[in-house]
Design a protein. Sequence first.
Lengths: 198, 648, 309
Amino acid sequence: MKLDHSQPLEYSSEQGRLNILGFWIFIGAEIMLFGTLFASYFTLEGRHGSGPSGAEIFELSPVLIETILLLTSSFTVGLAVHAMRLKNKKAMMTFFIITLVLGAGFLSMEIYEFNHYIHEGAGITVSAFTSALLTTIGTHGLHVTLGLFWGLFILIQVAKRGFTPETANKSFIFSLYWHFLDVVWIFIFSFIYLKGMM
Amino acid sequence: MEFFERFAIPHPSPIIYASMVAIGITLLAIVAGLTFFKKWGYLWREWLTTVDHKRIGIMYLISALLMLFRGGVDALMMRAQLATPDAQLLDSQHYNEIFTTHGVVMIIFMAMAFIIALMNFVVPLQIGARDVAFPRLNALSFWLYFMGAMLFNLSFVIGGSPSSGWTSYFPLAGNEFSPSVGTNYYMIAIQIAGIGTLITGINFIVTILKMRAPGMKLMKMPMFTWSALITNLIITFAFPVLTVALAMGTMDRLFGTQFFTTGNGGMDMLWANLFWVWGHPEVYILVLPAFGVYSEIISTFARRNLYGYKSMVASMVIISVLSFVVWVHHFFTMGQGAMVNSIFSITTMAIAVPTGIKIFNWLFTLYKGSIRFTVPMMYSLGFLPIFTIGGVTGVMLGMSAADYQYHNTMFLVAHFHLVIIPGVVFAMLAGLTYWWPKMFGFMLNERIGKWAFWFISIGTCVAFFPMFISGLDGQARRMYTYSESTGFGFWNMLSFAGAVMLAIGFIIIVYNIYYSTRYASRDIGSDPWDARSLEWATSTPVPEYNFAEVPQVNSSEAFWDSKYNGHKLFSGKLKEIHMPNNSGVPFIMSSLFFVLGFSFIFSIWIGVAIALLGIVACLVHRSFEQDHGYHIPVEEIEKTESELRGGK
Amino acid sequence: MKIKWMILAAILTVLTVLTGCEPLAVLDPKGPQAQTQADVILLSIGIMSFIVIAVFAILIFMLVKYRASKQPEDYKPPHIEGNVWVEAICVGIPVLIVAYLSFVSVESNYKVEATPEGYDEEPLVVYASSSDWKWHFSYPEENIETMNYLYVPTDRPLEFRLYSYGPISAFWVPQLGGQKYAMSDMVTTLHLAADVPGEYSGRNANFSGEGFAEQTFNVNAVSPDEFDEWVEEVQTTADPITEDKFEELLEPGHLGQQTFTGTHLEFMPAPEGEHGGHNHGGDSEESHDEHSDHSDEEHSDHSEQDHEH
């Protein structure tokens, strides 16, 4: 296989470069996916039927904790990629583990939050508003869940195989994915929670 | 018992029982045939696990042709039912199922598959690539599409077909008004096929952007490749909208969410909006590659370069942008007021401008040319006038005030068939005939092909022109019958006659394939049409690695230049070639998607769980797998090449 | 070549039929709105025929002049990149045509979306609601209700308020004007008027399930005096509509023409204003003025659009 050593390891193989461009385009598709979910949410936002409104069920503190956890994890995954560029396997793995742990923390907070909504009488079947709310946030949560498993597998591969063009490529793409989820969350936080609480 | 009742057809009839028997016999015959001729291993090694873009293209092609016949039979039944007033051939429920499946099958499972078939086969060859960027994902795309199509067709015999139109408007498609599992089939089968299409979109964008032969700048790409690039961009941005809409529809039906319901704040209009935000770009996903095909064929058979290359590209870019801002014209009558309608009326009519440029460019490509009337060229030349009529009626429909009278009538049906049939079906038949020798190593018979062309093009006109008239006389679409006093009878009988001609045309094509397979000469060289673009620089049949050596490109017609203008495509120095390994995972994973979809449709949660676990296992396997492909050494390439040359 | 002539012949047939022999419903308008629409349709057919003929002429010219059989054996077609002026004309003329049609389209759209002009009287308001597979017509001022048939006065604007007790339907009387959707969670308004007395057929134009084909109704346009007589007759002879009776009528199926005194609006109001789909049971931050249907209509799609772009 031809490798281009002037590039960072994740870009060094032809297939690696294709993968990264492909993933960027995939993120483009994901933006449309979340864009559609947001558009639907804003359309249905005021349609509570007999159920509660956003202002009645949203709680700031769990959402704030989730935000901090996810933002921090986005930062640590950036550090992990930086460590990878410096060929520091141990640091990379440490930051990667921290990222996944923070992600898991985010997810458990979100599960708690969903439970809370269902207790408040805001289950997914209650009204158009709750359906749109829980579907939008749930889709993000599902992405995080998939990301956790994916990240775990990459971590195992880095541990076993070290930095190869493949593992570096996968780790880098994972970091793109994770940053993207962070951006989506910022939108959810600002335009669903903060706007809904006001 | 209740569990099994769901699988029964809610509304059985002799046709359905006959299809059950036919499907059963066909399956048995396939299994028996494969076993008898000991072809299971061949099938698995050469086709089910292949990642070769050419073979995937051919599999798409076969599936598309099968779906064309399924959808065509639906169409014939509809026209037969409407041929006379108060006919009893079909009852309302059957008619509704048939027009629904006709629409879905023709758009999603026929036309989409057909364009992706041609893109798969042609694009990597046209840009001088060995394969697509992600060969294994390409196989996954095909198998997801295939499983989606099979799942959808299963609805006819298990549980009942969807019957709320291919647009599946809520609340009609909701549980209250469509209690059978039919609409679940719609939601889930399209979802599975749609994921496959989205993957194709990403795959081809990367392929075209990154894998072009040296020297092929963007503005030196052949026009079909340009159309494929833009189409895939539209796919990537439009399909996620459909994904979300279908997911919401599925959740409304299976989990009791309230997106499109009539109570608790649900909003039926949201479905219509989301559907058409995807649906209108979808029209251009179908028609742009067709435009690409025509550009290739017209310039080949006029023996001239394509007129106005730059404006061709620019017009496609403009069309792709406009395609996302016109969706409201599908429901001008939803009461959004004069202001909104005016805006969308203007954007809609604006599309006529770039489309007009393309029509004129094709016409001017003929100027000072030397026109050969081959079958692909005849389809292209037949396309121009018929599509123009379909297109200008589109401008008429775009005038919102008048649309209040056209909407939901046969006038609309006439319009979109006169756009899609010449715009897509003619292009696919033209492309099929044009690239057939490259795919299969022999040519389709020209004389039989011309008979088919005349039947299909005259049939199209006879079938659809009368609908303009009956539409203006007040015949709404999707009515399963009408009374004699309406006076629609004559026009519908004429349409039926046209539909029969179309059917005869397609039967002639099948006969042509049979006839040519048996009798056509295999000694046709690698460039039987004297064509212009790179795919014809490969040997016939195309070796698995496509080009022994990556060609050097100087213009959008590098092959033509190499034949007549002294351009040198190949230096003659061979290097070993890296190829991807075959893989059974895409097929297995897609089969699991089939199980997943089927279990969802019938709410069999244990099946859902098992299939999901299987899919995750496939993903995990893929994550840990180390697959570096294999290399073909220079000696082997030389051997293959000399055999191919010797075979000439 | 044959096909070109056949297509031309087909178009000529279409045009002949459109312009004469047998009046098609849409092109045989009996009211101002349908008249506007028929005018737009005929105008656009005229302009479009011009384009079609131009394309056909160029195509036929090219095919006759440049076919290979008419060229010398060794003829080599030239390489022609494209010409700025030719392309400017190919863009310019369509742009002018589209601009003109846009102007016509916008103007006519505002016309059909407003109460028809030139009438002295206030519009007659009729609530038209669809249920599987019937039409219910409520005359709130006259306090009567009919099913599957309408009586309307000529020479007076008609204002139909449309909604549905089921799938999306479309109220369409081709000779009086184009259709509009009737939906379950909001009221849409269709402005019509009849100038000529007569009996016109109307139907649901939007597919709504099994009984869709037969979901039709009759419109009897009569002189204002006759209309008043009819109203009086109904008020004296018909039975009152009750909630139970109406619930019965809503059951899916086909029923003939029926007549009642009173309207179902009293016990089952239309989904407008505070009863709109936006506000089912929720707080009414978005409640609209009872009569401002336009703001109601425009709400849904605006929000969609803004977010998609």
